[in-house]
Ligand binder design. Structure first.
Ligand SMILES: Cc1cc2nc3c(=O)[nH]c(=O)nc-3n(C[C@H](O)[C@H](O)[C@H](O)COP(=O)(O)OP(=O)(O)OC[C@H]3O[C@@H](n4cnc5c(N)ncnc54)[C@H](O)[C@@H]3O)c2cc1C
Length: 437
């Protein structure tokens, strides 16, 4: 394979980072590039602030509000090189990664590839349901929601209309809960006014959870608050239900229950974005097994960070949670260690500082679990949530515009971004494109 166009590292070690998510971004920010050359590879040319994807999917925010262009983030950083590429393989003997545009040599490799939706091998569900992991997913979901409602407004067949107006959300974790809450508010403040000829009482949002509670990783109080709030917001909650099949028209569950629906939003699990090429003993359940210095088991110069890494210790025997704070702190720690190494200083093991969990359920409704068992909900939790999410957004433009959009939405109860951009309904009806069944 031919090599890719990149400047030679000029006597410095070259660190190749795969993934410009929370982990990769924070690693590169903190790395001393006077002493290392850094090459960042990502299949997208932007960083995604995933906690706000549900806002894009429910017409609250535009995609650019929650994305930061990677090249801009590192403008002016010495010896930083970005390439928009999908990485397909790692060759640890030759010390190179393979991409569609050629091979790239590394001295050190940092894997920060995150996760993707896990359909547990169910190809039917994968083919017909809608995940919410990326910006294209969120835009696709938003288009689908509004297309489906337009379609429901066209039909006079009550059975077909009921199917079109039934939305199933699978998974009662933070993204399922946040999405369900946002859909309920969309129904209450926007859809009932936008679709006066459609019987909106038929619009159902069903949240299906395989276990017996929502927000299983949160405190019991938060789980219960989330359940109560969603119930009050007319979200139908079904516990202990496992989806086994979905053909785009009917969802089937393990206990034999079926629900006719043209929308299944899949948030039931994720799996690590593992790239082929490393020894099988370095990988456990689709995650790279790392030590406290974030080195992948069996390799001296390969590291893994964030959601794709599995680090188990006394405090976290089942591994660390797949949340942004773990990824951010791992990225900073590893860069700090690289910087220490070139100065002959000691490196430090990773220790996670758990700042707590937050989830928003709706306007003035949120839950927060803070350190030392502190729990609160309602308006105070909502303000903490809003502040934290604005604070961690990348770039001034995003913070300002997102803040203004929220204030606007808050005051007017409006959702500005409810345009169906593609594919057009006419094309759908002519059957020229995939989509709604
Ligand atoms: C809908 C949703 C809501 C969430 N809400 C919260 C929340 O409220 N709070 C919270 O703490 N966490 C939340 N999370 C989890 C949080 O987003 C993750 O923990 C965090 O993104 C992990 O960071 P990461 O850097 O490990 O991976 P990611 O942020 O996923 O970044 C991985 C990057 O790698 C790139 N990549 C992957 N494979 C390749 C490849 N082969 N070649 C090139 N590039 C590649 C991807 O394009 C991506 O940019 C949420 C996640 C989702 C999906």
């Amino acid at each position: 394979m031919h090599a890719l166009n990149l400047p030679a590292p000029a006597g410095k070690p070259r660190i190749v980072v795969i993934g410009g998510g929370f982990a990769g971004l924070n690693f590169v920010h903190k790395l001393d590039t006077d002493r290392y050359q850094v090459v960042l590879l990502d299949r997208h040319n932007y960083h995604t602030f995933a906690p706000l994807l549900y806002q894009v999917a429910t017409a609250g925010l535009e995609a650019p509000d929650i994305c930061g262009p990677l090249r801009k983030s590192f403008r002016g950083k010495r010896d930083f090189h970005f390439r928009m590429l999908q990485v397909y393989g790692i060759d640890p003997i030759r010390r190179e990664v393979s991409t569609g545009a050629g091979a790239i040599q590394y001295d050190h490799l940092v894997l920060a590839t995150g996760t993707r939706a896990n359909f547990f091998g169910n190809t039917n569900i994968e083919a017909h349901s809608l995940p919410l992991k990326t910006v294209p997913d969120a835009r696709n979901l938003r288009n689908h929601i509004f297309q489906t409602l337009e379609r429901a407004d066209l039909t006079d067949d009550p059975v077909e209309r009921a199917r079109l107006m039934t939305f199933i959300i699978v998974g009662g974790g933070p993204s399922g809960v946040e999405l369900a809450g946002a859909l309920s508010e969309l129904r209450r403040h926007v859809l009932v006014h936008d679709y006066p000829d459609t019987p909106m009482e038929q619009l159902r949002f069903i949240l299906v959870e395989g276990g017996d509670q929502l927000l299983a990783a949160f405190s019991d109080k938060s789980s219960e608050d989330a359940r109560r709030n969603l119930h009050d917001m007319d979200i139908e909650l079904r516990f202990g239900l496992l989806m086994t099949d979905y053909d785009g028209r009917v969802a089937t569950f393990k206990d034999g229950t079926t629900i006719a629906s043209s929308t299944v939003i899949w948030g039931a699990g994720v799996t690590g974005e593992v790239i082929q090429g490393l020894k099988s003993e370095s990988i456990s359940r689709a995650h790279y097994v790392i030590d406290a210095h974030m080195r992948v088991q069996g390799y001296e110069n390969i590291y893994a960070l964030g959601d794709v890494a599995y680090l188990s210790n006394e405090e976290w025997p089942q591994g660390h949670p797949g949340v942004a704070q773990v990824a951010i702190q791992m990225g900073k720690r590893l860069a700090g260690n690289f910087n220490a190494l070139v100065r002959g200083k000691e490196t430090k093991p990773f220790k996670y500082f758990d700042k707590g969990n937050l989830a928003i359920i709706g306007r003035n409704r949120a839950v927060a679990d803070l350190p030392k068992g502190l729990h609160f909900n309602g308006i105070p939790a909502w303000f903490v949530w809003a502040f934290v999410h604005i604070f961690y957004l990348i770039g001034f433009r995003n913070r300002l515009f997102t803040f203004l959009s929220w204030v606007g939405n808050y005051i007017t109860y409006n959702r500005a971004v409810r345009l169906v951009l593609e594919p057009t309904l006419e094309e759908e009806l002519r059957g020229e494109r995939g989509g709604i069944r």
